[in-house]
Design a binder for this molecule. Structure first.
Ligand code: ARG
Length: 468
């Protein structure tokens, strides 16, 4: 037989006995939603203020409720508050604690349900989280732009299919990530805009018969537009049932994770002996307990792992919501752990990436050796023929022939003789080898978005301005 507990304090009226002890442990969410306490208290203060504003409670009752909530908040912050799983969630824990201090607490839940209460708490949480993540992204972007600035003159092969493709500067490579994280920042900003609508007053599903003032609550909680006008959600059922913001948040986090995972993978390659383009800092790498020579890029590998976890959280949320009939269903209390986890994971990951990149050392000699490969400029050689009037497809074919010839002769592409290359295409002139001058090749790429040195410098300047 399951153990019994006493009747539930907030909804126990129609029950002859309380939930089984096993049910309490199974159904509680306070162990994780207590994180919402600051927002829940803010929401309750708004509710009390609004109820007083419309005359449902007195100003004295409002003040007593506010004082009680402040005292509870202080107790929580001091770590002295006792959370009770028998009270299920953060909302009931705080309300019951308030009831012990303030008789008027019994009026606080007027015209409110935990359904609109939790929706409000989460929107307040999301607005804060979006700001924190944008700040963390900004700090990472600053470091990336700085490191790019220091490495404008260091060239490496750019890769497609992980095969050497064309030369780029380390700066241009890093700036590619700057663009990605820049878009992540925009995504969190746009997300914060959509979070900025107040669901309070939607009640359990169909609002209330009492004469509440939703705009007042929205204003009190800062759900306002740029002109300070209150923004309230337009449909009470949507307000309590929808979890779009949860999914959008987890999605923005997962996409940001895809970005930091790709940087991590590039840096893992760069720090391998085979590439040797960069050395990661000692304090973000680890050794092997068996092989004394090892220096493993663990921070980067863990970043790749965290990205998987962020995608898992997104999948959890999609699956949680997809089959639910309108409106609130208790399944939805499980919407919080993945969101909190994504928030914390994204922030610490971006911090670790920032610290790792900040102190990595680029190995100029290894980069120079790799980028000296003349094959990287085979495309430039085709462009050379195009400038001589050869159609690109024919030029491409001719250079392919030259590459095959060099391979057959066992010499670097630029060491073939003029005679040999003219044997493939007579449009090659005595100036053909000039194509292999790397600075010239880079200077020839000065159109918008290209890796020409001036382009890169102006992109760095643009980002420095954006990040001020
Ligand atoms: N802790 C609950 C949750 O997060 C609050 C809403 C509970 N509503 C209810 N009808 N039981 O989902």
């Amino acid at each position: 037989m399951a153990k019994k507990s006493t009747a539930q304090a907030t909804w126990g009226g129609r029950f002859s006995e309380g939930p089984a002890e096993l049910m309490l442990r199974f159904s509680e969410s306070v162990s994780f939603d207590k994180r919402l306490a600051p927002y829940d208290i803010q929401g309750s203060k708004a509710q009390a203020a609004m109820l007083a504003h419309v005359g449902i409670i007195t100003a004295k009752e409002r003040d007593a409720i506010h004082k009680g909530l402040d005292a509870i908040f202080a107790e929580i912050n001091a770590g002295k508050f006792t959370w009770d799983i028998a009270l299920e969630d953060v909302h009931m824990n705080i309300e019951q604690a308030l009831k012990k201090r303030v008789p008027a607490a019994a009026k606080l839940h007027t015209a409110r349900s935990r359904n609109d209460q939790v929706a409000t708490d989460m929107r307040l949480f999301f607005k804060d989280a979006a700001i924190r993540i944008q700040e963390t992204l900004t700090e990472l972007l600053r470091v990336l732009v700085d490191v790019a600035g220091q490495n404008q003159k260091i060239y490496i092969p750019g890769y497609t299919h992980l095969q050497r493709a064309q030369p780029v500067s380390v700066a241009h490579h890093l700036l590619a990530y700057v663009e990605m994280f820049g878009r992540d920042r925009e995504r969190f900003a746009a997300f914060a805009e959509r979070a900025n609508w107040c669901p309070l007053g939607s009640g359990a599903i169909a609002g209330t018969t009492l004469p509440i003032d939703r705009e007042f609550s929205a204003k009190y909680l800062g759900f306002v537009d740029a002109k300070g006008r209150p923004q309230v959600t337009p449909n009470s059922m949507d307000a309590v049932a929808d979890r779009d913001l949860f999914i959008e948040f987890a999605s923005a986090c997962a996409l940001c994770g895809v970005h930091f995972s790709r940087v991590a993978e590039d840096m893992i390659l760069w720090s391998s002996s085979e590439f040797g383009f960069a050395v990661m800092p000692d304090n973000f790498t680890t050794g092997s307990s068996l092989m004394p020579q090892k220096k493993n890029p663990d921070s980067l590998e863990i970043l790749r792992g965290k990205a998987a976890r962020l995608q898992g959280n997104l999948t959890t949320l999609f699956t949680l919501v997809k089959g639910l009939p309108l409106t609130y269903n208790r399944d939805l209390q499980d919407d919080k752990p993945p969101v909190f986890d994504s928030c914390d994971t994204v922030i610490i990951s971006l911090e670790v990436l920032r610290e790792t990149l900040q102190d990595m050392k680029v190995n100029a000699a290894r980069c120079a050796a790799a980028v000296a490969d003349p094959l990287l400029l085979a495309t430039d050689l085709a462009d050379y023929l195009v400038r001589k009037g050869v159609p690109f497809r024919d030029a491409h074919h001719a250079v392919g022939g030259v590459v095959a010839l060099a391979e057959k002769q066992g010499v670097p592409l630029n060491k073939l003789t003029l005679e040999q290359v003219r044997g493939v295409d007579k449009n090659f002139g005595s100036d053909w080898v000039e194509v292999f001058d790397l600075p010239t090749a880079m200077r020839s790429r000065e159109r918008p978005g290209m890796p020409g040195p001036k382009q890169v410098t102006s992109q760095i300047a643009r980002w420095k301005k954006l990040l001020k």
